[in-house]
Design a protein around this ligand. Structure first.
Ligand SMILES: NC(=O)c1ccc[n+]([C@@H]2O[C@H](COP(=O)([O-])OP(=O)(O)OC[C@H]3O[C@@H](n4cnc5c(N)ncnc54)[C@H](O)[C@@H]3O)[C@@H](O)[C@H]2O)c1
Length: 327
């Protein structure tokens, strides 16, 4: 079914992957982005995308972008825990006010559903593993606090205005179009780049911290499912691969894939980073019919292929976001 979809942050890593999937299924796609951490290159070759350049902090620009949309996928945000530690005011303005603007404009324009990106960081440190949505959130970084506020606004707009919203808590997403060069680059593209270039990977702490690394096509599929699943409105759902890998094992696996030795340097643990992360994805399975199709190692192979074009890598086997919809 062809729809008019808006992707905020559509020039970013996850947004641009989602835009491709939406175009493939025949949607008319609009992107709202200010190109602060995303870039136009991520949308290169996609001629059918309408781009609204603007800032999420401006209700007027957001309203212009939302007008006519049936579904809004709100991916736009200032990501990164360290960025929020350095500049909590800007992170909060974009991530909280920006979300509020998206929700207000969607309410005002009668949008059918808003699917918003939240983050595993809201769980913070301590507590039990794997993380379940019913657990109390205990965010420790300004980024995580803002994401928690934003997802609670989503629930609130469903409760008080009847706007259908779904918040998806992503766990460490990686894949093609993720920027390896930015000052705030995520660990996967940073490590791939370093190992490919034969320089040491830089590890914060002892490297035994764990993450539920999630290949991006799984996240894209979750968004598509969340836009339609009848039981999803008002929910907050973990989206992850449902496993747990240490940063050290990430480095080793990349070395194995690239058939290169991995040297490491260690720096201090970063303020705001959590020690452990691992998701229970039962709620997403039950509510969305979500199933992560691409696991950690296969996802890494695909990402290495995209980032460094290694011939040692097996290429994509299918379009993993084509998950049958739950009836
Ligand atoms: N990548 C992950 O591992 C991860 C994990 C949890 C949650 N998330 C969330 O997923 C979403 C997408 O993340 P990503 O990794 O693709 O990040 P990204 O930085 O690649 O994409 C974010 C996009 O938002 C845009 N943007 C930022 N500030 C803006 C503003 N003021 N106005 C308009 N556009 C603005 C950026 O230019 C960029 O294109 C974010 O909401 C992020 O918080 C990501």
């Amino acid at each position: 079914m062809s729809r008019r979809s808006l992707v905020t942050g559509g020039a970013g890593f996850i947004g641009s992957n989602l835009v491709r999937a939406l175009l493939e299924r025949g949607d008319r796609v609009r992107v709202l982005d200010n190109f602060s951490s995303g870039n136009r290159g991520n949308l290169e070759g996609l001629t059918d995308v309408e781009i609204v350049e603007g800032d999420l902090r401006s209700y007027e620009r957001v309203h212009t972008a939302v007008r006519g949309a049936e579904v809004v996928f709100h991916q736009g945000a200032l990501g990164s825990v360290p960025r929020s530690v350095q500049d909590p005011l800007t992170s909060t303005a974009v991530n909280v006010e920006g979300t509020l603007n998206v929700l207000l404009a969607s309410r005002d324009e009668g949008v059918g559903r808003v699917v918003a990106a939240s983050s595993s960081s809201v769980y913070g440190d301590g507590g039990v593993f794997p993380r379940v949505e019913t657990q109390l959130a205990n965010p420790i970084s300004p980024y995580a606090v803002a994401k928690l506020a934003a997802e609670r606004y989503c629930v609130s707009f469903f409760r008080v205005y009847g706007l259908e919203t779904v918040a998806l808590r992503y766990f460490n997403v990686f894949g093609p179009y993720q920027d390896p060069t930015s000052q705030y680059a995520a660990v996967v593209p940073r490590f791939i780049r370093a190992v490919a270039d034969g320089v040491p990977v830089m590890v914060h702490g002892d490297g035994e911290q764990s993450r539920d690394f999630t290949y991006v096509s799984n996240v894209v599929a979750a968004n598509l499912l969340a836009a339609d699943a009848p039981q999803a409105p008002g929910r907050i759902l973990n989206i992850a691969a449902g496993g747990s890998e240490t940063v050290n094992s990430l480095a080793e696996t990349i070395g194995t894939i690239l058939e290169k030795p991995v040297a490491r340097t260690h720096e201090a643990v970063r303020a705001g980073d959590v020690r452990e992360s691992w998701a229970d994805i039962t709620a997403a399975r039950e509510t969305l019919g979500f199933e992560p199709k691409i696991g950690f190692e296969e996802g890494l192979r695909l990402t290495v292929a995209a980032l460094v074009g290694s011939s040692a890598v097996v290429v994509p086997r299918d379009r993993p976001w084509d998950i049958p919809h739950p009836s």
